[in-house]
Design a protein around this ligand. Sequence first.
Ligand code: MIC
Ligand code: SF4
Length: 643
Amino acid sequence: MGYTLAEKIIKNHIVDGEMIKGTDIGLKIDQTLTQDATGTMAYLEFEAMGVPRVKTEKSVAYIDHNTLQTGFENADDHRFIQSVCKKHGIYFSKPGNGICHQVHLERFGKPGKTLIGSDSHTPTGGGIGMLAMGAGGLDVAVAMGGGAYYITMPKMVRVNLTGKLNPWVAAKDIILEVLRIMSVKGGVGKIVEYGGEGVKTLSVPERATITNMGAELGATTSIFPSDEITLEFLKAQDRAEDWIELKPDEDAFYDEVIDIDLSTLKPMAACPHSPDNIKTIESLAGQQVDQICIGSCTNSSYRDLMTVAHILKGKTIAENVSLAIAPGSKQVFNMLALNGALGDLIASGARILESACGPCIGMGQSPNSKGISLRTFNRNFLGRSGTKDGQIFLVSPETAAASALTGVFTDPTTLGEGYKVEMPEKFLINDNMVIAPATVEEMDNIEVLRGPNIKPFPETSPLEETINATCALKVEDNITTDHIMPAGAKILPLRSNIPAISQHCFTVCDPDFPARAKELGSSIIVGGANYGQGSSREHAALAPLYLGVKAVLVKSFARIHRANLINAGILPLEFCNEEDYNKISLNDKITLPDVKSIIEKGGNVKIINETTGQEIMAKCELTDRTRAIIIAGGLLNYTKENS
Ligand code: MIC
Ligand code: SF4
């Protein structure tokens, strides 16, 4: 039996375990990336490990999330990250250089290599044939120190693309179709590989839109083959030498196959408040729109923004619409400025933002109350935009631009004759906002600059023999990390300060949770299915840790969040019988007798609800390594003990 594309890369990088589906494997990591909102913590963790210089082929730190500087906090964090990078061998991409995933794809990603990033949209790199995965900051720190990255060997899904997209139907519509088919839980434990003759019709940035939003499937990652189109892209980035050909074997085995005929797709939207709540634009046509945002790591490439500029050229946006545009990288921005497209965007009435995440993470541009906002982004979770009753629809750049002109949902296929952006033979290459690290000789002289907002990693303690706790919160299915640890312009500057950011933990669901948990001192959280979907932010584990949460008991977990809980030393428990979810209520007193011995030996964990007298059994599937991490009280303790 042959190998799939992802299996080939895994085979070349496996350093622990075997390629048996469902078992844990350790992978050698060639490249890492961080962004600033998760980066400070990741570099504090890296420093705590005491490794003088990164051991990866390339590690890059980007500043793209916390670029709104309304106080000293974000600027201090940027300075800290810049100085740590200089000292420890990491490239530093300055604020303004662009969104990590877009810049990494343009300048650093290489087919066949492994990449982990402290951001859930790291799979964007799959567009260029990398095995690129989102991870918690601590996992990235360990990989920078030369340690393996552990995943559960995923199942393989093949998405077979046939035919060709009709004019004005976009790559975004392909991934929205995949989300419609698979749902936000459908990718958990799987790698999604794209193949079929339809692949040849898609440029690298279009492929990257698809792999980027594969994160919303809950997938471990998504990947495209590396072919002559990949080579063209790399040549245009002056990186032809980074290219290798990569394709699956003819007789590779896939656990699941999905067929999509591109010619049948229509422009679509993910409706509030989930990326898999899909409707056609046709069915929404005519509804009034208040705001439109174009950008984010999903849709801010040269191809996307040139398409938008073409649609808006010589026209004026509707008077009821506020249109914001953030180019994904300095490269894109500069090219638009030089070829005149930026002038067309400005003339149409667009508000041009810097190259950064911006509105996607609630850093400005929150819509008006109950505002209808069409965004080319990847997440529309409740409250993420900064306006709790904002109604966010995720659409393609084509749909966004067409609707900006009319002020209502507009199917771009009504625009008439299609338009295809010619990919440039040479992109504008200017890496002057990427700062190289100090040499080995110079590195010891570099001082790391720490601002007062940077507080150390919270203390963890080894697993107790018996846990006595109270249920401090009970939540439903599909809880996102934006519920657990909200982002936005007010809270994000606290990312380096766990005691302060913890005061916002779960406040979207229950404003009293932080105070209640802190007062209880030892608590558990009960949740439903797909708990912790969304971002890779380890703050969604570190804040509960700081507040005294000992275990999270749910129907099922999202992959990165489960790993983050283990890394923080919080027990991830799953109901053996999902019906038992009804046997625990808020404020119930809970005991987990002999839990340490049970975890050591393996087996199900007994939970006694002291308030009702009922017993519940929970699974805690651990490997030898994750078991040792939980017992040690988290990955940092474990790494220190084992180094
Ligand atoms: C997101 O899109 O939710 C983020 C902000 O990029 C996060 C990372 C973070 O919370 O800092 C992600 O996707 O991992
Ligand atoms: Fe930034 Fe948004 Fe992409 Fe997250 S999803 S990396 S916030 S642009």
